[in-house]
Design a protein around this ligand. Structure first.
Ligand code: NDP
Length: 332
């Protein structure tokens, strides 16, 4: 079967392509630049002749995906803006590309009879309520929605809130589209926590590292930043394989699936890496004595496990990520 992956030169998109190929699928990937496509293959020779690249310069251009979906059996729509620093126009930079890109993919799929399912990379930020204090002890499930209103999304000065809203409203739009238009295909979202893992996609320098690996990089790049945060995370290889599950399982028709390994505690990251790489202690931040707080909100990953998703251990994730980040940094 042929699968279209949008944003294949991004951090997650590149891993989705690898996972699909490993699982026997053929891949067509959309890119904003052919140079980046070539660089992706140079960095990952196993993708050579396995991915057919097509140019989609801007996902919000009308009919951006019209011809691109031809002959595709499945779509993994991964491309969406993911940044929250220096956001000056919430609508133009985040809300519109997320929403219009998603609708454009769905509209194009209506004209390709082969399409069976569209999988959309949503996020746990479409699920969690960030106005609540993080230490509530609450466990979110697939039933929860971030309550942010569209009005607030348009006007908030908080780039992170605007990004969260872009994911929420794109996901809602996709669900409404399928409910109203009743197309010949169905959809499913995967909703990952903060995604960390070995970056295999093109980047021009470590400053252009994807948003979600930056936290980990700040702990191991010699800047000795204070590890002081708790979050929830998932390995990029696990979210990549979750896209395959979301495509294949009939039970996931028009459903959503949380994908999260568990808590990410920056203190523990430093402890694990200092133990594994004792010679590199001078570049790895020192753990502080801020204790792990069990009251940090959690997300329930049992639904994903019920479909056979096996998660990397956090130790493996942090070791593999650090190893790759140091390797990539040496190349610039
Ligand atoms: P990246 O920034 O690495 O990837 C984003 C991808 O989308 C890139 O391929 C980028 O193209 C493409 N893209 C962005 N805007 C446009 C546009 N206007 N037109 C065409 N293509 C565009 O981020 P991630 O890989 O981390 O994110 C991928 C998806 O996963 C996003 O939907 C994000 O919201 C979601 N997600 C990510 C999480 C994380 O922690 N990383 C957590 C939860 C969800 P190019 O390669 O040319 O830059």
């Amino acid at each position: 079967s042929l699968v279209l992956v949008t944003g294949v030169t991004g951090f997650i998109g590149a891993h989705v392509a690898v996972s699909l190929i490993t699982n026997g699928y053929r891949v067509r990937g959309t890119v904003r630049s052919m140079e980046k496509a070539e660089e992706l293959v140079r960095l990952n020779p196993e993708l050579k002749d396995k991915v057919d690249f097509v140019l989609v310069k801007d996902i919000i251009a009308p009919n951006a995906f019209k011809d691109v979906v031809k002959d595709c059996d499945y779509i993994c729509h991964v491309a969406s803006p993911f940044f929250f620093e220096s956001v000056t126009d919430n609508k133009a930079q985040l809300l519109d590309p997320a929403h219009k890109g998603t609708i454009s993919v769905l509209e194009a799929s209506c004209n390709e009879p082969k399409v069976k399912r569209v999988v959309i990379t949503s996020s746990t930020v479409a699920i969690c309520d960030f106005n609540k204090h993080p230490f509530t002890g609450y466990t979110y499930t697939e039933k929860d929605w971030n309550p942010i209103s569209y009005e607030e999304a348009l006007t908030t000065k908080n780039g992170f809130s605007a990004y969260c809203a872009s994911k929420k409203f794109a996901e809602i739009a996709a669900r409404n589209f399928v409910k109203e238009k009743q197309p010949h295909f169905d959809m499913c979202t995967v909703n990952p926590a903060l995604v960390v893992g070995p970056p295999i996609h093109p980047m021009s320098n470590m400053e252009s590292l994807n948003t979600s690996d930056r936290l980990l990089w700040s702990l191991i790049n010699g800047s000795k930043s204070q590890p002081s945060t708790q979050n929830i995370h998932v390995d990029v290889r696990d979210i990549a394989y979750a896209h395959v599950i979301a495509m294949e399982k009939p039970e996931l028709s028009n459903d959503r699936m949380i994908v999260s390994q568990g808590p990410l505690v920056t203190n523990d990251v430093c402890k694990i890496l200092r133990q594994k790489f004792p010679d590199l202690k001078e570049v790895i931040s020192e753990p502080t004595d801020v204790p792990f707080n069990d009251k940090h909100f959690k997300v329930d990953n049992s639904y994903s496990k019920s479909f056979g998703l096996q998660y990397h251990s956090e130790k493996q994730t942090f070791i593999d990520t650090a190893t790759k980040l140091w390797e990539r940094a040496k190349q610039f």
